[in-house]
Write a protein that binds this ligand. Structure first.
Ligand SMILES: Nc1ncnc2c1ncn2[C@@H]1O[C@H](COP(=O)(O)OP(=O)(O)OP(=O)(O)O)[C@@H](O)[C@H]1O
Ligand SMILES: [Mg+2]
Length: 610
């Protein structure tokens, strides 16, 4: 895929970078910290689970040994006519170990399932809470696809590890180590034969570990590209269809899907070599032990039962090694997921909550911008949007903000609503820096209605009451009536109870704007910002809203941004913005009478009307 053809290359490579940082089986400090904090409340339970695993392992180890005793002592005893007492004891112990293993396994699953799910719940809860609290600037650079995979596949991967793989891994390591010791104790010369296979085993493990880390990384990178391509093409399906982009998107998709396929095939090829390799080596070793052990039994150096036990242990020694390849992959995925999640949790809000919050009991709505300097990126000098802005708006004033596209009008509004913080200077409401206000006070004092009015699934009434949950149905209807939305709402299939996301309840862009207007009106803020809030309304509806605005705006400060200059009629004051600066400031009549930018703008608008 060529770089020029892929507009979302940047996003994908960010994901890829994130993944390659996270690769490998070793946890970084922040991941360990996260894991520790998740495990802390379950310490006692985790210890009992670990105890159960150890006991189960011990019970499992008893089997072959008991068989050896049965063959070497029990059977000869019967043959010698001394009765079956030893064999019965062996049988009893064998049964006991079998029952103990079953019971311990049951205990393990119930406990670890409980603890694992509790930890996952906590993790999900924390990540969601943290993501919600992060500022807009984080969400602008961290695409929704990445956010979704954090909360879904990453958490699931860790879940798989906790539910299955971790236990298998621990069991595998435990049994390999304990069997190693048992083999040495049972018969050292035979154990030496097993030891001969070790150099080859080590080589195979190293080869697999190295290649598997690489191939794992490759699969993650390619799947990230795949998800991004998938999400962006379908997310923008309207534009895709409108511009007939489908064939090209299909082509790009197939290319990345092909890369993903190749990466996965490579991963499977590794397993395809590793697993049978270990199996073969294991069986060869077992064969060699059988041969050498056979000679040793004939010469009387060891008993038949010991040889049988040795061979049985040996099978259990190699079997978990074969599984290690799959476990290794699941372990890698989980550590990478943990790394990414702890990375997200480490992100701090660029719009932080105040350390010493100040409250605003009854806000008046005086607004001051003092020497404000701001750009969306703090590092690039060229990206400064507002070089130095000074603005004083007395309480209760209605200000119209006009200016060319890209002049910085919305940016000014977003700073007032504190979606971003200025790099220099300050924004104050009633003399209090917005950075010092509690979130609740700020959201009560300043409400912004924008062009994109977002409605949540739920009824129309619930959407209007979003910012004022205690509002009664009468309040809601009154707000809708005040801005002229009542008629269209009552005409909906279920009136105010119509679900806005369900079929038949979908609203037009203008209707959505009216709903968010009613929402803002009901919230009754001291400062109301309307950013192109009437742009989707037809002329009669806009007139209606404007008439309503006259009453709505009487006792509050308002900042109205609009390209249609009809809004200016209700403003006490007009600000003209250009390149992040306020170039004209005055009463509409004075500006129109003058010879500045606004006079030209107004003339052009008048001309467009005829
Ligand atoms: N989220 C953002 N990230 C980076 N740059 C942005 C962002 N939003 C706006 N900008 C940039 O900031 C500048 C001012 O944008 P702003 O949205 O304030 O303009 P505006 O006056 O509201 O324009 P319009 O009339 O088109 O709404 C533009 O150059 C724009 O490219
Ligand atoms: Mg704008």
């Amino acid at each position: 895929m060529t770089t020029a053809e892929s507009p979302w290359r940047g996003v994908a490579s960010e994901d890829a970078a994130e993944i390659s940082v996270a690769g490998g089986v070793f946890l970084r400090e922040r991941s360990r910290r996260l894991l520790r904090s998740l495990a802390r409340p379950h310490k006692a339970a985790l210890w009992t689970v670990a105890g159960a695993v150890l006991l189960q392992n011990a019970a499992g180890m008893a089997g072959p040994y008991l068989i050896a005793v049965g063959i070497d002592d029990g059977i000869p005893q019967i043959l010698a006519g001394d009765g079956p007492s030893t064999l019965f004891i062996v049988f009893g112990l064998f049964m006991l170990s079998a029952v103990a293993q079953g019971a311990l396994r049951w205990f393990f699953f119930t406990r670890s399932g409980y603890v694992g799910q509790a930890m996952l719940f906590q993790l999900r809860r924390r990540v969601f809470n943290h993501l919600q609290g992060l500022s807009l600037s984080f969400h602008e650079k961290y695409t929704s696809g990445r956010v979704i995979s954090r909360l879904t596949s990453d958490v699931e991967t860790i879940g798989e590890l906790l539910d299955e793989s971790l236990d298998e891994l621990v069991m595998a390591v435990l049994s390999i180590v304990s069997i190693g010791v048992i083999l040495l104790v049972l018969d050292a010369p035979l154990a030496l034969v097993v030891l001969l296979s070790f150099p080859l085993l080590l080589l195979m493990f190293r080869w697999f570990g190295k290649n598997s880390t690489l191939s794992y990384r490759r699969t993650r990178e390619t799947v990230a590209l795949l998800i991004v391509q998938f999400a962006e093409s379908l997310g923008g399906i309207r534009a895709v269809q409108a511009f007939r982009r489908e064939p090209r998107n299909q082509e790009i998709f197939e290319e990345v899907a092909d890369d993903y396929k190749a990466a996965n095939r490579r991963a499977w090829q590794l397993i395809a070599v590793f697993e049978p390799g270990i199996m073969l080596l294991g069986n060869l070793t077992i064969g060699a032990v059988l041969l050498y052990g056979g000679y040793r039994t004939i010469s009387g150096e060891i008993e038949v039962g010991v040889l049988v036990a040795f061979l049985l242990y040996l099978r259990r020694f190699f079997a978990p090694m074969e599984d290690l390849s799959v476990l290794y992959n699941s372990f890698q995925s989980a550590t990478a997921a943990l790394e990414k999640l702890s990375g997200v949790l480490e992100e701090s809000a660029t719009v932080p909550a105040p350390a010493y919050p100040r409250s605003l009991e009854s806000p008046q709505g005086t607004v001051h911008f003092d020497a404000v300097r701001f750009g969306y990126r703090s590092d690039a000098e060229a990206a400064v949007v507002l070089p130095r802005l000074d603005l004083r708006i007395p309480a209760g004033q209605t200000v119209a903000l006009v200016g060319a596209t890209g002049a910085g009008k919305s940016t000014l509004a977003r700073l007032l609503a504190r979606f971003y913080d200025p790099h220099e200077g300050s924004v104050t409401v009633d003399g209090v820096d917005v950075r010092d206000l509690t979130d609740a006070d700020l959201r009560r004092a300043v409400v912004m209605v924008t062009q994109e009015s977002f409605l949540f699934s739920g009824s129309v009434a619930e959407n209007i009451a979003l910012g004022s949950p205690s509002a009664s149905r009468a309040d809601i209807e009154q707000a809708a009536q005040a801005i002229g939305a009542h008629e269209f709402i009552t005409a909906l299939p279920e009136g105010y109870d119509t679900d806005v996301r369900k079929r038949g309840g979908r609203l037009s862009a203008g209707q959505r704007q009216l709903v968010s207007f009613a929402r803002a009106f009901l919230a009754d803020p001291a400062i109301l910002i309307l950013d192109e809030a009437t742009s989707s309304l037809d002329v009669p509806s806009e007139r209606l809203v404007q008439r309503a605005l006259r009453t709505i705006l009487t006792d509050r400060t308002a900042l109205i941004i609009a390209h249609r200059l009809s809004t200016v009629e209700i403003a006490d004051r007009v600000l003209v913005m250009s390149d992040g600066r306020i170039v004209e400031d005055g009463a509409a009549a004075d500006l129109i009478g003058g010879s500045g930018a606004f006079a030209d703008l107004h003339q052009a608008w008048l001309d467009s009307l005829v």
